[in-house]
Design a protein around this ligand. Structure first.
Ligand code: ADP
Ligand code: MG
Length: 238
């Protein structure tokens, strides 16, 4: 069974259709990267999987269950955003714990989960700090902490590293891949950066203008681009 199944999914904003019926089947433990130019529909697609946008047509299934009408908190997913979306007035522990708030877990269950997440992410010594007193990389780890306390089957990443400098970005990329393996999760990762896509992906999905141009391993897409758009976007040899 697929971990995530996207069937003929369409998104319209009023009269404007921005995702034109896309199909994608993602296997458990796969790391799939959606890549394409700005405005091509990557975030919209991811947000429909997360339940943050209504689906105008088609179906999204997670773990074999159609989730079109299922609230975000009841989908087995957790999303990590570009802008971190941390609460400035809460400390690191409270920010991480927020991932569990909506579930009304008991306090000791929450504390245990926060301690585990902090350990995995190297944040144990920073639990009492406020976001303003953290580096960019630490803030991004807190955002990931909030996602992993939920122990989701599926991680959704929307350009999580775009605000970081190049060196840190390379480092955090490796951390995200390790986290994905360690959590035995399925990941869908959105980026406009071809290099990031090529280094992270088990399979790469190239989007353009609200549709999918090609799906394949990074090598396949690079060596055998389906069309001139893919070739020039990926920088394949002529
Ligand atoms: P990407 O993440 O690939 O940069 P998006 O999924 O954010 O692209 O956007 C896809 C298209 O949908 C863009 O043309 C964008 O302007 C449009 N769009 C996104 N959100 C809205 C909205 N709330 N209302 C109208 N159009 C939107
Ligand atoms: Mg986007």
């Amino acid at each position: 069974m697929s971990a995530v199944e996207i069937n003929d999914v369409v998104k319209r904003y009023g009269a404007l259709e921005v995702v034109h019926g896309i199909n994608l089947s993602i296997q458990p433990k796969e790391f799939v990267v959606l890549v394409g130019p700005s405005g091509c529909g990557k975030s919209t697609t991811l947000r429909m999987v997360a339940g943050l946008e209504d689906i105008s047509g088609g179906t999204v299934s997670i773990g074999g269950r159609t989730v079109n009408k299922v609230a975000p908190k009841d989908r087995d997913v957790a999303m990590v955003f570009q802008n971190y979306a941390l609460y400035p007035h809460l400390d690191v522990a409270e920010n991480i714990a927020f991932g569990l708030r909506v579930r009304r877990e008991k306090k000791d269950v929450v504390n245990q989960a926060v301690a585990e997440a902090a350990h995995i992410l190297g944040l144990t010594d920073y639990l009492k700090r406020k976001p303003a007193d953290l580096s960019g990389g630490q803030r991004q780890r807190v955002a990931m902490g909030r996602a992993i306390v939920r122990k989701p089957k599926v991680f959704l990443f929307d350009e999580p590293l775009s605000n970081l400098d190049a060196k840190l970005r390379t480092h955090m990329r490796a951390e995200i891949k390790l986290l994905h393996r360690r959590m035995e999760a399925t990941s869908i990762y959105v980026t406009h950066d071809q290099v990031e896509a090529m280094t992270l992906a088990d399979r790469i999905v190239i989007m353009n203008n609200g549709h999918i141009e090609q799906v394949g391993s990074p090598m396949d897409v690079f060596l055998e681009p389906a069309n001139t758009f893919v070739a020039s976007f990926i920088g394949s040899p002529p």
